[in-house]
Design a protein around this ligand. Structure first.
Ligand code: SF4
Ligand code: SF4
Length: 338
């Protein structure tokens, strides 16, 4: 596995980062085994968030005794100073640590939210104060609108940026990654499997591994999953394989959905999941998680064609900043049921 200098932080980070988001769903001893196995086998970047249920507490319980073995990244999704400060203090306590290596302003997708976080009494001020107090070392930002993130990071306020990059969502390559490189920032890609929708796993991991990022955060919950992810990064990606993966990403990303979640559906169709998996499904079929998703969504997807208020003008499409044809994609996905 590759290690690289993480922007201007002075840290040398492993290319595979442990995404702790799903740990609250498994028994504590299993979570602890997975985390400790990862640290024992060279992973030195742990990613969590205050909003991931008790994920921070699990980290505190299971690996805080070996704190110097990992770079610890968490997030706050608060936008105002007072609640962000309180949340950062809580994260320190929950993770049983004196210092958070990287505090990210979490899930900033709208200009209005960015402004709130950055204004005089915003979350950024709380992060900065904690940095001055030595409780936070670096500040980052995460979001699902790559072109907005590119604009925001160009102002020089952040040390790191976290974004989607996978075979079905290659959009960070256009403006965001070049801007982060220009700014000398830490570049972290998340969701290599696009939330479980992409297969095969090895190809899915090797795509972001072939690109100009420092860390790929993969959500893992067991020793077997850590092994599988590590195995996918054993070899470097050579030119021919990279070109193959890039052309696959062009095909699988042709839906153009950034998962910004601006859209919503009155009957509960989870539109971004359908958009993002649309081409993957046609090319590869789906992992069990993907099939389970389509089973659960069946009634809703089939109802879309008959939903009266959307007949003249699809309600979801009014909200999409990329003007995507969501109604058509949802209705086409009904063919999946035969
Ligand atoms: S067009 Fe279909 S998916 Fe879009 S809002 Fe209407 S019912 Fe929901
Ligand atoms: S369909 Fe459009 S609005 Fe909905 S998540 Fe995708 S990009 Fe955003």
């Amino acid at each position: 596995m590759r290690y690289s200098e993480f922007g201007k932080t002075g840290h040398r980070v492993s290319a595979l980062g442990f995404g702790a988001m799903n740990l609250p769903g498994v028994p504590l001893n299993q979570a602890g085994d997975a985390l400790n196995y990862a640290l024992d086998h060279g992973i030195n970047y742990i990613d969590t968030a205050a909003g991931y249920r008790n994920s921070e507490e699990i980290i505190g319980e299971t690996i805080s005794h070996r704190r110097s073995d990992y770079f610890l990244a968490t997030k706050t999704n608060k936008r105002d100073y007072a609640s962000a400060k309180e949340e950062i203090e809580r994260s320190l306590t929950r993770m049983k640590t004196d210092v958070i290596d990287l505090l990210q302003i979490h899930y900033v997708n709208y200009v209005s939210e960015y402004k709130l976080a950055m204004e005089e009494n915003g979350a950024y001020k709380a992060a900065l104060e904690m940095k001055e107090a030595g409780k936070v070392r670096f500040i980052g930002i995460t979001g699902h609108r790559p072109e907005l993130l590119a604009k925001w990071i160009s102002k020089g306020d952040f040390d790191q940026v976290l974004f989607h990059l996978n075979l079905a969502q290659p959009f960070a390559l256009d403006e965001l990654i070049p801007m982060a490189t220009k700014m000398g920032m830490g570049k972290v890609a998340m969701k290599p499997l696009s939330g479980g929708f992409i297969q095969p796993v090895e190809k899915a991991i090797r795509y972001p591994y072939s690109q100009d990022v420092h860390v790929i955060i993969s959500g893992m919950v067991s020793v077997d999953e850590v092994r599988q992810n590590l195995a996918a990064m054993e070899r470097e990606v050579e030119r021919e394989e990279r070109e193959e993966l890039e052309s696959l990403a062009l095909e699988l990303g042709s839906h153009n959905c950034r998962r910004c979640n601006y859209c919503s559906c009155p009957i509960g169709v989870t539109i971004p999941d359908i958009m993002i998996s649309s081409q993957v499904r046609q090319t590869f079929g789906l992992l069990p998680k993907g099939s389970g998703f389509y089973d659960k969504q069946k009634d809703k997807i089939l109802s879309c064609a008959d939903y009266e208020p959307c007949k003249e003008k699809p309600l979801c499409e009014e909200k999409c900043p990329y003007h995507l044809p969501m109604q058509k994609v949802v209705q086409e996905s009904a063919a999946y049921y035969g």
